[in-house]
Design a protein around this ligand. Structure first.
Ligand SMILES: [Fe+2]
Length: 259
């Protein structure tokens, strides 16, 4: 659906290929943000037309980064105040590029303009608050932060999905809309397949399948019980055992005495 629309939209295609040539991370990030944003928008019951505008907005939200020198964009260390100001200019730069593109809606352009605004007014470039921020931009902000922190960068390790989600939850009072973060939680694999987890009753297992309606309670293959490795691992659906929760994941497990 949206891919067909993009294919038919020469402006979007041309801009996308420019993004790809300029910086492949922005390109990949833009695709990821689009997938997360559309997942959230579908969860919220958006219409086709709304999905089109927000999908295009998500795909091109960081287009203004092409106006930022790559040495500033990919600087591994701490940015100076001046460099951060340069980075911040990408929101308005993106808006200016998109609002002048005839086949991109003004709504999509506003996604680029407002995706760094935060509901308490601490965002940029305009410092908009609460309902001054367009609803679409609030969705993209969540997808944007989640992908940024869970992606591998040269200068830091990626967070696991549940850690990225915790970060979003830590910002629900002042940065993100709580109901949107709740909806977002339902659309992602909080504990992806293959992740080693420890359960609240001490059992250790590997996530094998998601539960669509309760992403915090996947199906786990139990490999260790009473601190002993099992010769015959078995599956446990955490939805059927709501009193049992995931308390640790392999990153923390690796440092503990359980492995
Ligand atoms: Fe951005």
């Amino acid at each position: 659906m949206i891919l067909a629309d993009i294919k038919n939209n020469k402006d979007a295609l041309a801009i996308l290929s420019d993004i790809f040539v300029y910086d492949s991370y922005i390109f990949t990030h833009s695709l990821n943000v689009t997938v997360y944003t559309l997942g959230l928008a579908v969860e919220l019951g958006f219409t086709e037309k709304q999905l089109m505008d927000i999908g295009m907005g998500a795909l091109l939200h960081d287009v203004g980064k092409m106006a930022i020198p790559t040495e500033v964009l990919n600087k591994p260390g701490r940015l100076t105040v001046e460099e951060f100001e340069i980075i911040k200019s990408h929101a308005k730069a993106g808006y200016d590029m998109l609002r002048n593109a005839p086949n991109i809606s003004l709504l999509s352009a506003h996604c680029a303009f407002q995706h760094h605004e935060r509901i308490d007014g601490t965002g940029y470039p305009q410092g908009l608050k609460g309902n001054q921020i367009h609803y679409y931009a609030k969705l993209i902000a969540i997808a944007d932060v989640f992908d940024a922190v869970t992606s591998n960068r040269i200068y830091r390790k990626p967070m696991l999905p549940h850690e990225g989600l915790e970060l979003l939850y830590s910002g629900v009072e002042n940065q993100f809309d709580q109901s949107l973060v709740e909806a977002f939680r339902k659309t992602i694999a909080v504990y992806p397949a293959g992740l080693k987890v420890k359960l609240s009753d001490g059992r250790v297992g590997i996530v094998v399948k998601q539960n669509k309606q309760l992403s915090t309670h996947p199906v786990v293959r139990i490999i260790e019980e009473h601190s002993r490795e099992l010769a015959n691992p078995y599956q446990l659906d955490l939805v059927e055992q709501l009193n049992v929760t995931i308390v640790e994941t392999e990153t923390t497990l690796a440092a503990s005495s359980f492995v």
